[in-house]
Design a binder for this molecule. Structure first.
Ligand SMILES: C[S@@+](CC[C@H](N)C(=O)[O-])C[C@H]1O[C@@H](n2cnc3c(N)ncnc32)[C@H](O)[C@@H]1O
Length: 294
């Protein structure tokens, strides 16, 4: 890890420890929270069964929780206090499993605290939290081709080494496994003065990729294609931050990218297993005037 990467990790750790330990746990802008109101009803009702301490520290910017995941092995990159992990735990069922990875001790401590309570609530235990960096999943013990679905909610923008993140995702996904993630995207390349600003970085704006940057990155690694499942405005609602980012426009997008490998069955026919499909019913989303789901 370079000095710069180490510095970004430390800055982001400090940022999330500070907000996690705050009484209400709120971020400085609505970028990572307003968009999270675009969640389908069936996810909302599962989330309503989670402990308040977890829900109050949910910093996702979308709903990267696809349909058709029963029995799957799911990995959540940057799981925070575990909101998506526990929702996924219910959806994959007792034959599936969910691993959440995060580098922040304070957030992982909250996630871990509720493991027994949640396994009693769902009636089985299929969740594991591991401390680690999303750029180096090998050190966190995630082996090659062991994961059906990798999800991530508003985290990849925070990484100083996105090439390693996507390369690791490619490595750990099984053939035809799916990357399904929500993140903040910018409408242009984000200049270095914004990219290195601790507040803008922590609020998921500094490290955002443009779609061109993302497209090049994942195609260089091996993905042939991907789908932008949803895209909507990511309102900031903080004058100081709005002034700092100037004209840059941000959206919160959910992307599905399959590690498409055509397998040939004994009969010579090509077979393809399709998991982790987008939820069909559209849900209410946010705009600059606020969140309709709030
Ligand atoms: C905006 S929060 C989102 C948390 C969670 N996904 C949620 O929806 O509540 C970003 C999370 O990513 C974690 N994170 C950021 N960069 C990371 C990295 N390089 N490796 C591991 N975790 C990282 C932070 O510690 C934090 O918990």
């Amino acid at each position: 890890m370079s000095n710069r990467e180490e510095k970004v990790h430390e800055m982001v750790k400090e940022y999330y420890s500070e907000i996690t330990n705050k009484k209400g746990g709120e971020l400085a802008s609505s970028v990572c929270s307003c968009a999270s109101h675009c969640i389908p009803d069936h996810i909302k009702s599962i989330a309503a069964e989670l402990p308040d301490e977890i829900v109050a520290r949910y910093y996702g910017c979308g709903s990267p929780i696809p349909d058709q995941i029963e029995g799957c092995a799911v990995l959540d990159l940057g799981c925070g206090t575990g909101r998506d992990v526990y929702v996924l735990s219910k959806l994959v069922g007792k034959n599936g499993r969910v691993i959440g990875i995060d580098m922040n001790d304070d957030q992982l401590a909250i996630a871990e605290k509720y493991k027994t309570e949640m396994s009693q609530k769902w009636g089985y235990s299929n969740v594991e939290f591991r401390k680690g960096y999303i750029e180096d999943l090998k050190s966190a013990g995630i082996e090659d081709k062991t994961i059906d679905v990798v999800i991530s909610n508003c985290v990849i923008n925070l990484s100083p080494d996105k090439h390693s993140v996507f390369s690791e995702i490619w490595r750990v996904l099984k053939d035809n496994g799916v990357l399904y993630f929500s993140d903040i995207f910018s409408d242009r390349h984000v200049p270095s003065e914004i990219n290195t600003h601790p507040l803008l970085l922590g609020e998921c704006l500094g490290g955002a990729m443009s779609h061109d940057e993302f497209d090049k990155l994942i195609k260089d690694i091996g993905w042939k294609d991907y789908t932008v499942v949803s895209s909507h405005e990511a309102p900031i609602h903080n004058k100081e931050i709005e002034d700092l980012v100037g004209d840059i426009q941000y959206t919160s997008d959910t992307v599905r990218a399959e590690k498409a490998i055509d397998a040939t069955s004994g009969s010579g026919k090509k077979t393809k297993i399709s998991i982790a499909q987008p939820h069909k019913k559209k849900s209410c989303c946010c705009g600059s005037s606020g969140c309709c789901g709030k």
